[in-house]
Design a protein around this ligand. Structure first.
Ligand SMILES: [Cu+2]
Length: 163
């Protein structure tokens, strides 16, 4: 994990005190902004989740579609997303290796939990344990490597409201 000692302490707080206990420790030496200063409506990096929202991978070989989310609006705490992968011709990509990495760019830390990826039906991936535990902008990188193919990458940025 890309975390320093401060986050180790923070994660211990997560385990013993719950999510709220970790907030004060986050920030890597600079004060984390208080929740009240997070205003997602004015952050130009924030994307609005819509069912079926689609991104081309940076390599142009895989298309990433977020079909649904639980909660339906990315929210503080654990999130689960349903991802479809399709190729340039619109055909489902089954059996890809998928890696999900949430990251908070303003504080340079990850989620402290490794998301779990399964493929309940061919080409349809279930991304669980996306732990967006802190208010603010999270950039979640999704890497997909089709069997026998090259890795492609897309980033989804959502802002988590306080509360
Ligand atoms: Cu943070």
């Amino acid at each position: 994990m890309n975390v320093g000692p401060w986050m180790t302490t923070s994660l211990r707080g997560l385990a013993t005190l719950g999510l709220a206990g970790a907030l004060a420790a986050c920030g890597g030496g600079t004060p984390a902004e208080p929740d009240a200063f997070v205003d997602c409506s004015t952050d130009s990096r924030a994307e609005v989740f819509t069912a079926g929202m689609t991104k081309a991978g940076s390599q142009g070989s895989v298309t990433f579609k977020l079909m649904s989310a639980t909660p339906v609006t990315p929210s503080r705490g654990l999130n689960a997303w349903q991802l479809d992968l399709v190729d340039g011709g619109g055909a489902a990509i089954a059996g890809a290796a998928v890696k999900v990495t949430p990251y908070m760019p303003d504080h340079q830390h990850d989620a402290g939990v490794t998301p779990v990826v399964t493929e309940p039906t061919a080409g349809h991936y279930q991304l669980d344990m996306i732990n967006l535990w802190m208010p603010g902008v999270w950039q979640t990188t999704i890497e997909a490597t089709p069997a026998g193919g090259a890795k492609d990458v897309a980033v989804f940025s959502f802002c988590i409201q306080p509360g």
